[in-house]
Design a protein around this ligand. Structure first.
Ligand SMILES: C[S@@+](CC[C@H](N)C(=O)[O-])C[C@H]1O[C@@H](n2cnc3c(N)ncnc32)[C@H](O)[C@@H]1O
Length: 340
């Protein structure tokens, strides 16, 4: 992972790009995304054990399914983190200071930042970054309608690859990174460290507000990733549906089961797509045989302790600051000071 940390975006070029040029850029971005999906899925299917990055869940249908997950009764993280933000909004705002230049990583539907926008004193700008471009642009349109005075500059990018943030605003207060949703937990510990190291550079002189899920009763975790309505299963299976849509693969979704369980020694939920039978699948001219019970590992969701997260943050160059949690200690929100 290597982030280009503070360059100007193509969209900030001195001459406004024509619609045709912008369309060409979008087509190229889409083609690049599809080819990396093809490359990574081919590699995953050819490996043992089989595993692929969870970033491929998030096309427009996948993002819409994630929004539905956030509303499920079993899925405590979203409402718990929102509750923490709401209960501590004034203290958080005081800590982050006026005219914050907010960068949100993996911004999704821009739900949680609204609590910050209400509480912060005169935020200078909001830069939501997400891999799911169509969903991000729709969410930005809704946010602009509700906050017409706010400068919103979305960035469609993959934060596991080189990405560029808009140049800093000379008139702004500190640059504030916002990374809620325990999305950090989707990285392996080594990847999480790399991500935080890059974020520490991108946010120099500022802070990172980081929401992470805490280690807890495995029964609660199990329920959260195995909801009764089957939305998490549909979200997981969307990876195969997306491969059929974008790559012309021939996955039969009914031949795969959603499998999610807590791996206690690794302190993580694992999500897999498990083959219900011996089957062959075709992708980009190659054929792969999956035996009954074999899986494609699609996501990890690591759970954290306060001390473990602090040690990781310090290793990445951050100075741990205040931590806010809910009464049941299910979720935590950390303010980390970036190096100067
Ligand atoms: C677990 S969801 C969290 C969404 C939202 N931040 C929240 O707290 O509810 C992860 C978000 O990160 C985005 N995402 C996942 N992998 C990404 C990547 N490699 N680069 C950029 N965004 C990514 C997804 O599109 C999605 O919006």
């Amino acid at each position: 992972m290597s982030a280009v940390l503070s360059a100007n975006l193509p969209g900030n070029l001195p001459n406004p790009a024509s619609d045709a040029a912008l369309a060409a850029v979008r087509t190229t971005v889409h083609a690049t995304a599809a080819s990396s999906f093809a490359t990574d899925l081919l590699a995953a299917l050819g490996n043992q054990p089989r595993s692929i990055s969870p970033k491929y869940f998030y096309d427009a249908p996948g993002s819409a399914l994630f929004d539905r997950i956030c509303e499920l009764p079993e899925y405590y993280p979203t409402r718990t983190e929102l509750g923490i933000l709401q209960s501590n909004a004034a203290a958080i705002a005081q800590h982050l200071g006026p005219q914050a230049d907010i960068v949100e990583f993996g911004a999704g539907s821009l739900l949680k930042v609204r609590v910050l926008l209400e509480a912060l004193e005169a935020p200078a700008r909001y830069v939501p970054l997400d891999i799911s471009g169509e969903h991000l642009h729709a969410a930005c349109a809704a946010l602009r309608a509700d906050y017409p005075g706010l400068r919103v500059e979305p960035v469609v990018a993959d934060y596991t690859q080189a990405y560029a943030l808009p140049a800093r605003l000379p008139s702004a207060g500190q640059r504030v990174g916002f990374f809620p949703g325990s999305t950090l937990g989707n990285f392996t510990p080594a990847e999480a460290l790399l991500f935080l190291q890059h974020a520490a550079q991108a946010l120099r002189g500022g802070a990172l507000l980081l929401g992470v899920d805490l280690v807890k009763d495995p029964a609660l975790l199990h329920a959260a990733y195995n909801d009764a309505a089957g939305v998490t299963a549909a979200f997981n299976l969307n990876l195969l549906a997306r491969a059929n849509r974008e790559l012309g693969a021939n996955f039969v979704l009914a031949h795969f089961a959603h499998a999610a369980f807590y791996n206690a020694p690794m302190q993580r939920i694992e999500m897999h797509l498990q083959s219900r039978q011996r089957q062959q699948v075709g992708l980009c001219g190659q054929v792969f045989t999956l035996e009954e019970g074999e899986t494609l590992h699609t996501e990890n969701s690591y759970k954290f302790t306060r001390s473990g997260l602090h040690a990781l943050a310090e290793q990445a160059g951050f100075q741990p600051g205040p931590v806010w949690t809910d009464a049941q200690q299910h979720f935590s929100l950390h303010c980390l000071q970036a190096p100067v």
